[in-house]
Write a protein that binds this ligand. Structure first.
Ligand code: ADP
Ligand code: MG
Length: 328
């Protein structure tokens, strides 16, 4: 058999894989999967928000991770970036490298991916499919009215600092899986959901346009991500540990340093951390009720640099580690 024929067969199967698992109707794109590039039309007066997240087997997920949950989460973390910008997620591309043509895996992965894509009306308009170690890279695009994006550099001294949802559940479940802590079955069952099925806070991001001065999604842990806002905004933060929103599962173990670390620096929360003027406090309380999503004021933006964390008695707590950093 000539190597040319071999190549031809390989290409054929690549195309049928793309056709079978990654080609869906894309009514809101001008042109979707199948050409050299996709085409989209951005609404007039809108800016295109673009973000890429790569998930590498062994670094971001276990090689034997449930493919449905992986497809779901890979897209969820990208949609979360749109939420953090106050952008309406619209389109995505998916670059995937696969160790083999495992159809059962692809079936589940794409089902997980499209379940979330359908929920948030995100259309998969292109990508790339190659053979290699399992690796996923998604680029997501969204729309935001000109000048209205929630950026990291807009925090002002005097702003209140807010966090959505609960912090640390995902990290707590991971700590259990890694044998660092032993959770009750009830606590594990509840927190593992936060790790596997993060909920991107899109409705919140959209509602924060015109309210928040700055925003970020908490992917690497509160302290690290709030740190990015502080750096870009040339400001400091004063946080009260007792105000951190933690679930009952987490507060049960909160005396342990490991668990405090989960809440402050655990990562994988995909909640939004944002700053807003004190004058909007009541609006945010109202918004929290409207969305059925806890919004908690945890401190404020002050002059200087860095983050000061205070215990209930007013003493300054030492910040051991500020989140997950690759290459460390
Ligand atoms: P090219 O040779 O021009 O790079 P490809 O053969 O890589 O084209 O891809 C063919 C079409 O399928 C393109 O429109 C590309 O965007 C799309 N595509 C490839 N892989 C994926 C994927 N995993 N998900 C969605 N679309 C994909
Ligand atoms: Mg290609």
């Amino acid at each position: 058999m000539s190597s040319l024929l071999f190549l031809h067969e390989a290409l054929l199967s690549e195309f049928s894989l793309i056709q079978r698992y990654f080609t869906r109707a894309t009514p809101s794109a001008v042109l979707g999967v199948g050409d050299d590039a996709a085409l989209v039309q951005v609404g007039s007066g809108m800016e295109l928000a673009i973000s890429t997240d790569m998930l590498v087997s062994g670094t971001h997920f276990f090689a034997d991770a449930d493919p449905y949950l992986l497809g779901h989460k890979a897209l969820a973390v990208n949609i979360s970036d749109m939420a953090a910008m106050g952008a309406q997620p619209r389109w995505a591309t998916l670059a995937i490298s696969l160790p083999s043509e495992d159809e059962a895996w692809l079936e589940q992965f794409s089902a997980g991916f499209f379940s979330l894509a359908d929920e948030y009306k995100v259309e998969l308009i292109g990508g790339d499919t190659t053979n290699g170690p399992l690796n996923l890279s998604i680029t997501i695009m969204g729309e935001v009215p000109q000048g209205k994006a929630l950026r990291r550099d807009g925090a002002k001294v005097g702003d209140e600092i807010w966090v959505s949802g609960r912090l640390g559940d995902a990290a707590l479940a991971l700590a259990h899986i890694q044998g660092k802590i032993k959770l009750s079955d009830a606590s594990f069952n509840a927190t593992i959901n936060a790790l596997h099925r993060p909920v991107p806070r899109v409705a919140l991001g959209l509602a924060l346009r015109g309210i928040a001065h700055s925003a970020i999604d908490v992917s690497d842990g509160l302290l690290a991500d709030l740190g990015h806002i502080l750096e870009r905004s040339h400001a400091a933060a004063a946080i009260q540990f007792a105000k951190l929103p933690v679930s009952a599962h987490l507060s049960h173990y909160l005396a342990q340093p490991l668990v405090q670390h989960c809440a402050l620096a655990g990562g994988d929360d995909y909640e939004l951390c944002f700053t807003a003027p004190v004058a909007r406090h009541a609006d945010l309380v109202k918004l929290s009720a409207q969305l059925g999503l806890p919004l908690t004021c945890i401190g404020s933006i002050v002059t200087g640099s860095g983050c000061t964390l205070r215990a209930q008695d007013g003493s300054v707590m030492k910040i051991e580690e500020a989140g997950y950093e690759h290459f460390k």
